[in-house]
Ligand binder design. Structure first.
Ligand code: HEM
Length: 259
């Protein structure tokens, strides 16, 4: 898939406006995404989008991460290979939040809508057409990288998607709260220190919550995860877990320490 030279130029020329207005564009993007596609909300840690967790001068962490990623793409649109390590890193984060290829269409649509809302007349027809081509190109790169990673990870774990696990033990180790999880109908997935898993928490009558937690060590009888030290909704729900609680975990993601 090649990108037209006009698109490359327009996207590269967008760098100053992305630097100046990137966080407003991305905030509008998330508002639009959650409004038009409320079913994706639970995959995100919405505290990070609404100012609950802030970094870089009060900007929600996830907003600045995505704004930086879009800017990096505008800089490297002609040499996307340079971005592959970053795409891989983000890809692991996506897999553990159950991001599906089909969802890229919604993200592209809402990013274009956000550019129009924020840039108004400056978002000309040519500008939007160029960004549409560029985002679709980037989405294709993500989908391809994630498909390969997902296949490898699923083979190692012995399952795909998420599996039900039972909390077997809650321990304090190295001043961290650690949950030992035992899959209900599967063997313990191969895992190692340095990896992380997506955790889905289902509570009756509410939308599920999702979060990403680090793997603690490497064990054969259980998968141990560290509960993050923050006050996000999903983290609080994990802290309330006791022996016997049921959760759902993704395949272990990330390269791990031995790689
Ligand atoms: C080309 C399109 C996309 C780009 C450039 C992108 C970029 C990013 C970045 C930079 C992160 C932060 C990773 C980190 O923790 O360091 C992220 C996380 C995430 N992305 Fe994407 N993403 C894209 C598409 C999608 C799609 C289609 C979905 C599905 C709805 C999605 C859902 C998520 C979720 C749920 C997280 C974790 C957020 C959290 O911690 O709350 N992304 N993405």
């Amino acid at each position: 898939m090649t990108i037209s030279p006009d698109t490359v130029q327009i996207v590269k020329d967008s760098r100053p406006v992305l630097r100046e207005r990137g966080t407003e564009i991305i905030s509008t993007f998330y508002d639009t995404l959650f409004e038009r596609y409320p079913e994706v909300r639970h995959q995100f840690n919405t505290d990070r989008h609404r100012g609950g967790v802030t970094k870089e001068g009060g900007i929600p962490a996830q907003v600045s991460r995505l704004a930086n990623a879009v800017l990096a793409y505008a800089k490297n649109i002609e040499k996307v290979e340079a971005l592959l390590p970053v795409v891989e890193r983000i890809g692991y984060r996506h897999i553990c939040r159950d991001v599906k290829p089909v969802q890229y269409g919604a993200v592209a649509e809402c990013l274009l809508a956000a550019l129009k809302i924020q840039l108004k007349d400056a978002a000309t027809e040519d500008f939007i057409a160029a960004w549409k081509e560029a985002i679709e190109h980037l989405a294709a790169v993500f989908i391809d990288v994630e498909a390969k990673l997902r296949a490898e990870l699923e083979e190692k774990a012995g399952y795909s998607g998420f599996v039900a696990v039972v909390v077997d033990q809650v321990e304090e180790l190295d001043s961290k709260t650690v949950l030992s999880l035992v899959p209900k109908d599967h063997g313990v997935p191969a895992h190692e220190e340095g990896q992380f898993v997506g955790v889905r928490i289902e509570t009756e009558g509410n939308d599920p919550l999702m979060c990403t937690m680090d793997v603690y060590g490497s064990h054969t009888d259980s998968l141990k995860i560290v509960i993050a030290d923050n006050e996000e909704k999903a983290t609080k729900a994990l802290k309330a877990c006791t022996k016997g609680s049921v959760l759902y975990v993704s395949v272990p993601c990330g390269k791990g320490k031995s790689n």
